[in-house]
Design a protein around this ligand. Structure first.
Ligand SMILES: NC(=O)c1ccc[n+]([C@@H]2O[C@H](COP(=O)([O-])OP(=O)(O)OC[C@H]3O[C@@H](n4cnc5c(N)ncnc54)[C@H](O)[C@@H]3O)[C@@H](O)[C@H]2O)c1
Length: 258
């Protein structure tokens, strides 16, 4: 018996990285999954590989019309909606004084306004079948700041706050809303973050060797937490934030500058 048997999920940003791994895990636990992303070819390939219990929808999370189409697809294809994982996101690395207003707004639009629209449109549909669960993928940059990433940090702090407010509003409809806060995770998002610097598993692990868990995270480290929060096992957990960072935010090991 799967931990998500009978449930229907939408996972954004599921063409690669953590979203892809989460979609594969959810499907393996019995959920029907609507994968969405801007990356159409990659998303179609992942959905086809997972199999018949999935479909892919091209989706820009900043578009309200796209969100309506995604939620409609879940209901038309699979009959209901139980789970939303707001995973799509973009990184940004420009210090405050050099960051244009357009760049700052652009990151907020994807990482914060996108999940807002998704919850606004998905929640009334979840309510029709008695409730559901929403997992918002924030970051440790929703817990602590980081120089050089003003838009990203603001968006991830914002998503953590939005999670609390939405949890308070939707509890009476049986909908739980939680945020997760990954540390460094080996995906294209950090591999491509610094132009001209090629990152590998080895260099990323070396950059995280000072942590209590002395390596970079993998998508497989993150997806099980979303699974737990989306499942009925977490039925009494809402408005919570769960850090998955190898201990990065718990303090200093003394090995930071080796
Ligand atoms: N990798 C890390 O170190 C790390 C750490 C903490 C949090 N996160 C968060 O985890 C989430 C997943 O990121 P990842 O690490 O798998 O990176 P990734 O770049 O591999 O995946 C992000 C996906 O989101 C999609 N996307 C971007 N903009 C979109 C839009 N407007 N509409 C729809 N899809 C869009 C991308 O095409 C991509 O497939 C993000 O929210 C990210 O901020 C990542």
């Amino acid at each position: 018996m799967g931990r998500l048997d009978g449930k229907v999920s939408i996972i954004t940003g599921a063409a690669r990285g953590q979203g892809e791994t989460t979609a594969r895990l959810f499907a393996s636990e019995g959920s029907k999954v609507v994968l969405t992303d801007l990356l159409e070819a990659e998303g179609e390939t992942v959905a086809a590989d997972i199999g018949a219990a999935t479909c892919f929808v091209k989706h820009d999370v900043t578009s309200e019309a796209d969100w309506r189409r995604v939620v409609e697809t879940a209901v038309e294809r699979f009959g209901r909606l139980d789970i939303l994982v707001n995973n799509a996101g973009i990184m940004q690395r420009t210090p405050v004084v050099d960051c244009s207003v357009e760049e700052f707004r652009g990151v907020l639009d994807v990482n914060l306004v996108g999940p807002f629209i998704g919850m606004k449109i998905a929640a009334p549909v979840m309510r029709l079948t008695g409730g559901g669960a929403i997992v918002n993928v924030s970051s440790i940059q929703g817990i602590v700041g980081r120089a050089g990433t003003p838009g990203y940090t603001a968006s991830k702090f914002g998503l953590r706050g939005l999670t609390k407010t939405t949890a308070l509003e939707l509890g009476t409809f049986g909908i739980r809303v939680n945020s997760i806060h990954p540390g460094g995770v080996d995906t294209p998002l950090i591999r491509d973050a610094v132009a001209g610097i090629e990152m590998t598993t080895e260099t990323l692990d070396a950059a995280h060797a000072h942590l209590p868990v002395p390596r970079c995270g993998r998508p497989e480290d993150i997806a099980p937490t979303s699974l737990f929060l989306a499942s009925d096992e977490a039925g009494y957990i809402t408005g919570a934030e769960l850090v998955i960072d190898g201990g990065m935010t718990c303090g200093y090991t003394g090995r930071e500058s080796r």
